[in-house]
Design a protein around this ligand. Structure first.
Ligand code: ZN
Ligand code: ZN
Length: 188
């Protein structure tokens, strides 16, 4: 989920929970948005580029398919341990119990992680369906689950792919037809 959606959903939650407490509402929104700063921090670490515009530009093209002659570097999703609920939520709730003013911030962070992890069952199902293999070429190495348009109907679906196939435009359900169908598609 992108930053703008997080801002929107945490604002809606803040307005419904803390309609008359602007400070608490602001803390909730801060918790719901600021956790994504880990992407920025990791971007700076990987690239040495401190410019916000560079990070925003990367965020815009990172999910685009790689076309021929596109040599721009890709660094994956740049998520840190801040996005791991098991690391983050227990200490956060301990703090929230001890300091009541901190609660809205903790709710914001928890809400952010919930939104980021909503598709998790679909991701697991895609991985399980594929049996740990790339759904496109059958490779067993570097498998991750991506959201990609399916061939031929182009509907977006979660699918387990190896890194090479993830950077191609389409994927195929059937390993065996791969060799014959790929050559038929230009640009693939
Ligand atoms: Zn996030
Ligand atoms: Zn593959």
């Amino acid at each position: 989920m992108n930053l703008r959606e997080h801002l929107l959903y945490s604002s809606v939650l803040a307005a419904s929970l803390y309609a008359r407490q602007p400070v608490a509402a602001a803390l909730l929104i801060a918790g719901g948005v600021l956790i994504d700063l880990d992407h920025l921090a990791l971007y700076v670490c990987r690239t040495g580029d401190w410019s916000i515009s560079g990070a925003l530009l990367y965020n815009r093209y990172r999910n685009q398919f790689i076309r021929p002659h596109d040599n721009r570097p890709r660094y994956g999703s740049l998520r840190s341990w801040l996005h791991q609920p098991l690391f983050v939520l227990p200490p956060l709730w301990r703090l929230a119990q001890r300091y009541p003013w901190f609660r809205p911030f903790a709710i914001g962070v928890a809400f952010h992680l919930l939104l980021d992890h909503l598709p998790l069952p679909l991701i697991w199902a895609a991985y399980w369906r594929a049996g740990g293999r790339c759904a496109r070429c059958g490779n067993r190495q570097q498998i991750e689950v991506y959201r990609r348009p399916r061939f031929p109907d182009q509907r977006m679906q979660w699918v387990a792919l190896c890194r090479q196939c993830a950077n191609k435009r389409m994927w195929y359900t059937d390993h065996d037809t791969h060799a014959t169908t790929t050559s038929a598609l230009p640009n693939d």
